[in-house]
Design a protein around this ligand. Structure first.
Ligand SMILES: C[S@@+](CC[C@H](N)C(=O)[O-])C[C@H]1O[C@@H](n2cnc3c(N)ncnc32)[C@H](O)[C@@H]1O
Ligand SMILES: [Zn+2]
Length: 307
């Protein structure tokens, strides 16, 4: 099977990353760094203001100077709603999906079964996972668990053979031991709610989307933004009555549900116009919030932004 690391090993900037992402842990104080590592870190031009190399040790600021971004693995990635948020926070992102996703907006895409891939990572010692991911994001398919679309999916026969991926995904993530995120629609009850995000926490002009998501987090914490009171209704037909409102239902079609253009606007997604991909996506604002909190918790923000 093709593994992300194959590509990582072929491209030199990523090979550097394997060394560099280790350095923030050396932040407080001087450490002796082998000569071959110092050679890898040597900059090609003059050091930007505020960055300096030391004779007998190495300071973490230098990592930002080399502009190597931390890596997040994005499982069940679809077109990359989650990926784009992590990119905006300063990560590079490798996505994994079982079907081809030519619209995927992350930095690399691997077509593979997520559980097989996670098993491969589980069987690899963490320090040897190529590219040195610092975080794993997962969005297991949620058709059966999504209270909003459950009825529609049943009616269409989707989700009848639905496998509940969450328990096995979580079991493998725990065995891998890296910090992780599991995302599901609100109220799915298959994950712990460590964080809940709503698009009204990240205001955009109307039409807005009603897309609440729960997040189970392991190995780090993310501040919970206050949940604003929703004002207005979801546009569309209910029980024979058409309602107007600032919100649009970003799933299905017809009956006043969101058009593709409205979905793109409301989700903050501009790189795909495939309805299924928009329906499945989480707004990038959510993972940008999570990604920034993760980087701050690890003191990696400067590495990610290269500042
Ligand atoms: C809820 S969507 C993910 C949405 C994505 N996080 C985003 O923000 O755009 C679930 C994805 O899981 C993929 N999928 C389903 N079964 C899978 C499997 N066994 N391995 C990998 N991906 C799978 C589907 O193709 C779909 O793209
Ligand atoms: Zn809300």
């Amino acid at each position: 099977m093709y593994m992300a690391g194959d590509a990582v090993r072929r491209t030199s900037p990523y090979a550097r990353a394997e060394v560099l992402v280790l350095l923030p842990s050396l932040r407080r104080g001087r450490v002796s760094v082998p000569r071959w590592v110092r050679r890898l870190l040597r900059p090609s031009g003059p050091a930007p203001a505020g960055h300096r190399r030391r004779r007998h040790g190495y300071r973490a600021q230098s990592v930002g100077w080399c502009r190597v971004k931390p890596l997040v693995l994005d499982f069940y990635c679809c077109a990359g709603g989650a990926a784009r948020g992590y990119q905006r926070a300063g990560f590079r992102v490798i996505g994994v999906d079982v079907v081809p996703r030519p619209n995927y907006c992350g930095d690399e895409f691997v077509q593979a079964d997520a559980l097989d891939y996670l098993k491969h990572l589980r069987n690899t010692a963490p320090a040897r996972i190529s590219g040195n991911p610092v975080l794993i994001h997962t969005s297991p398919p949620c058709q059966e668990a999504n209270p909003l679309t459950r009825g529609t999916n049943r009616a269409n026969g989707w989700g009848r053979d639905h496998v509940q991926y969450v328990p096995e995904t979580r079991r493998l993530l725990d065995q891998i031991g890296l910090p992780y995120v599991i995302e599901q629609p609100i109220g799915s009850k298959v994950i712990r709610r460590d964080l809940m995000l709503c698009m009204d926490m990240f205001p955009l002009d109307p039409p807005r989307v009603w897309r609440h998501r729960d997040f189970e987090l392991s190995g780090f914490e993310v501040p919970q933004p206050p949940h604003p009171k929703h004002v207005g209704r979801v546009r569309g037909w209910r029980h024979g009555v058409r309602h107007d409102g600032d919100y649009v239902a970003a799933y299905g079609s017809g009956g006043g549900k969101a058009t593709i253009a409205e979905m793109r606007h409301a989700l903050g997604i501009d790189w795909t116009d495939v309805r299924e991909e928009l329906t499945e996506a989480i707004p990038p604002a959510y993972t940008e919030h999570i990604g920034r909190a993760f980087l701050a918790s690890r003191d990696l923000a400067r590495v990610a932004t290269g500042s």
